[in-house]
Design a protein around this ligand. Structure first.
Ligand code: IMP
Length: 431
């Protein structure tokens, strides 16, 4: 059993898609287990760039079973646009399947997300406004519509009868927003049922149990990152799903006993989009340099990402709560021209000098904390062509070794550029 989860080990945008894409070549099944079209996964193949929001990037390989699991939320219009765009580019989508248990993001979820963000002033979360929070709230509040509901008119009508009166009251009285008639929602759902029809996988139980019996190689593709996890992230500045390794089990329908490896993907520095604490954030020229060299602008929203030095305290926390067994470090080439590179090894309370070696989960404390850094010499060499550890300059090797020591688990993949080829794989979990 070699089943492997790829999970973001920071605040998202760590380069998970590239790692997933690389490993997908060796996997039989790829499962996206949480999140929705808030994700923006970029894959570069032969100088061609693909941007995925909902669809597992594994579709770029033929003959793979690519499954969008029950833990995801699916916005029908985004799904349609993404599948159409991929088809136009000649990508074969015959292996793409969606779980009947995934939850549908409806137009009012997008309305509510946008209004909440626009009217919350300094309390806004900085969401992607893709309706993620409102869809997951409805799911856990038991007001959600599942993909399978779209195909059962009797059930759909009874669900809408239960949901719409309250939803419309909230939309009108709280959000002062447009309401939705039952007929309008029925038409919307019927239209998208047709679009989903070729992809819905009603026989998923049979399929997944078959894969497990045949010991097929399963790759779980996480979205966002552990620090955005609804339970373990910097709450409330988080997304509404479970990107942690454990989320792969709940979100896919495959239990934890079938998961062997959990690869945490982290950049050689850290970024975050949206609001929320970020102890190693650099608001100076260095932060700007990292943003420009690293192209740190959101794939989904285009927003400039906040940048900072690598935070080993946060990484150790991610290793614990994310169940990480190994790391993939990406974008180390961004430091090619840097004289010095810093790593945060602890936090210090500015008020009394208290040192924190473990991540404090009360984010109100974070404003009093400053990073304790150690400084490493840069390598001042272009490493974007490195194919093995031997090709890396000693200072780059030292930096990686130190990260490994501080995080406490081995680094098994190093990415030195955006292309598939620009990767040093020390150990492939599927081989
Ligand atoms: P939501 O997921 O749209 O509700 O946004 C909640 C928080 O998660 C915001 O800070 C977003 O910027 C962040 N977020 C959501 N998706 C991603 C992602 O794919 N990469 C990085 N940040 C994300």
């Amino acid at each position: 059993m070699k089943n492997t989860v790829v999970v973001g080990a920071q605040w998202g945008d760590e380069g998970k898609a590239k790692i997933t894409d690389l490993l997908a070549e060796y996997a039989d099944v790829i499962i996206r287990y949480q999140g929705g079209c808030n994700a923006g996964h970029t894959v570069v193949v032969n100088n061609e760039t693909y941007k995925f929001h909902l669809i597992p990037s594994g579709v770029l390989y033929k003959d793979k079973f690519c499954f969008i699991g029950a833990g995801t939320v699916i916005h029908p219009e985004t799904f349609l646009k993404e599948t159409e765009d991929l088809k136009k580019r000649g990508v074969d989508l015959s292996g793409l399947k969606i779980s009947p248990l995934a939850t549908v993001t409806l137009p009012y979820h997008i309305d509510i997300d946008g209004i909440s963000e626009n009217t919350s002033g300094k309390n806004k979360i900085g969401t992607t406004k893709k309706g993620i929070g409102p869809t997951y709230s409805d799911k856990t509040g038991r007001y959600g519509i599942k993909v399978q509901d779209l195909f059962d008119k009797e059930l759909l009508e009874s669900r809408l009868d239960a949901i719409l009166p309250l939803k419309n009251k909230i939309l009108e009285k709280v959000y002062e927003s447009k309401t939705y008639s039952k007929e309008e929602m029925l038409n919307y759902c019927e239209k998208y049922a047709e679009i989903f029809k070729p992809y819905i996988c009603n026989e998923w139980i049979d399929k997944l149990s078959g894969f497990l019996k045949e010991d097929k190689k399963i790759l779980f593709e996480g979205a966002q990152g552990i620090m955005l996890d609804i339970d373990y992230g910097t709450y409330p500045y988080v997304t509404s799903s479970s990107p942690i390794g454990g989320g792969a089990a709940t979100g896919s329908g495959i239990g934890p006993t079938y998961i062997k490896n959990v690869i945490g993907v982290a950049k050689a520095y850290i970024t975050r989009v949206g609001e929320g604490p970020f102890i190693t954030e650099l608001t100076d020229k260095t932060g700007e340099t990292i943003r420009n060299i690293g192209g740190e602008f959101g794939t989904t929203t285009g927003r400039p990402r906040r940048c900072g030095w690598f935070d080993a305290v946060l990484s150790r926390y991610c290793t614990l709560v994310g169940g990480l067994t190994e790391m993939a470090i990406t974008k180390i080439d961004v430091f090619n021209d840097f004289e010095e590179i810093k790593i945060c090894t602890a936090y210090k309370d500015k008020r009394d000098g208290k040192i924190y070696k473990d991540y404090p989960t009360n984010i109100n404390l974070h404003k009093y904390l400053e990073p304790v850094y150690e400084t490493h010499k840069g390598w001042k060499t272009d490493i974007s062509g490195a194919k093995s550890m031997e090709d890396l300059p000693q200072n780059a090797k030292n930096y990686l070794k130190r990260l490994e020591e501080l995080i406490g688990i081995p680094i098994k993949i190093i990415s030195v550029g955006p292309d598939r080829e620009q990767t040093i794989i020390l150990e492939n979990p599927f081989k």
